[in-house]
Design a protein around this ligand. Structure first.
Ligand code: ATP
Length: 234
């Protein structure tokens, strides 16, 4: 469904990722793993049109979206939970969710908000509360919920577990598993390699802007030299 071919992306003269190909199918979790600076976040941001694509192609279904603005990419079925959450602290929980739905019809947005409240009852209880006063875990739930409002086919998630208590991370991952079971494809960047390998179907391992290994997560877990290399960098 999402097919990326020979993607290179970066910032001016800096190439953050080189010649990277991967795909994400419906109901599948694909994880990018690797050290800081490997190019994981830059790739995700490039998929959304927020980092410059230097070459290659990004296809959703059969459509090349390489030249689309972010709105066109959301309409094509992509949505991102960015690193650091980027919620609007002065807006209420409900208003933050409405921001996530600003390009979809109102009926879709309202249905999306109700769905998010079902996933995260804690957000429902705090609908009118300023998002900045939520706990870190609740803010992550809000960021995840906001990305779901446009009913994406592919959900892109950058560093879900960063700075969160394990119990909250478990809760967020349960939601990812539920989304997967509903046929949503998930592209995941996760510093916690063990967690990434435990949940992913497929894995791309990156280092300094290059793909150095790809395969199923079962193959990754069985590959001792790979896991040692990956665990050494978390
Ligand atoms: P991390 O886990 O630390 O976020 P990452 O694998 O996501 O690592 P990126 O953040 O994509 O890696 O960084 C890839 C390369 O792009 C690095 O060399 C980084 O210095 C560079 N880079 C990232 N953001 C910018 C930017 N805004 N301007 C210039 N270079 C950048």
């Amino acid at each position: 469904m999402l097919k990326v071919t020979n993607l290179s992306a970066g910032y001016g003269d800096i190439i953050a990722i080189r010649d990277f190909s991967f795909s994400v199918e419906p109901g599948q979790i694909h994880a990018f793993v690797g050290a800081n600076g490997a190019g994981k976040s830059s790739t995700l941001m490039c998929l959304m049109g927020l980092v410059e694509q230097k070459s290659g192609s990004i296809q959703m279904d059969t459509k090349d979206i390489s030249n689309e603005q972010i709105e066109g990419r959301i309409t094509a079925g992509l949505a991102i939970v960015p690193e650091g959450r980027r919620i609007f602290p002065d807006l209420s929980v409900r208003e933050n969710l409405m921001v996530g739905g600003h390009i979809v019809p109102t009926s879709v947005m309202i249905a999306g908000i109700e769905m998010v409240y079902e996933f995260f009852p804690r957000l429902s209880e705090r609908q009118t509360q300023a998002a900045g006063s939520l706990s870190g875990g609740e803010q992550q739930m809000l960021a995840l919920g906001r990305a779901l409002i446009s009913q994406p086919k592919i959900l892109i998630v950058d560093e879900l577990s960063l700075g969160l208590m394990p119990i909250i991370v478990d809760e967020c991952y349960e939601v990812l598993k539920k989304l997967k079971s509903e046929g949503i494809g998930i592209l995941l960047v996760e510093q916690n390699t063990e967690r990434a390998l435990s949940v992913a179907d497929n894995v791309s391992a990156l280092e300094a802007g290059n793909l150095f290994w790809s395969g199923t997560s079962a193959q990754a877990r069985a590959n001792k030299s790979l896991t040692e290399r990956l665990m050494g960098v978390t």
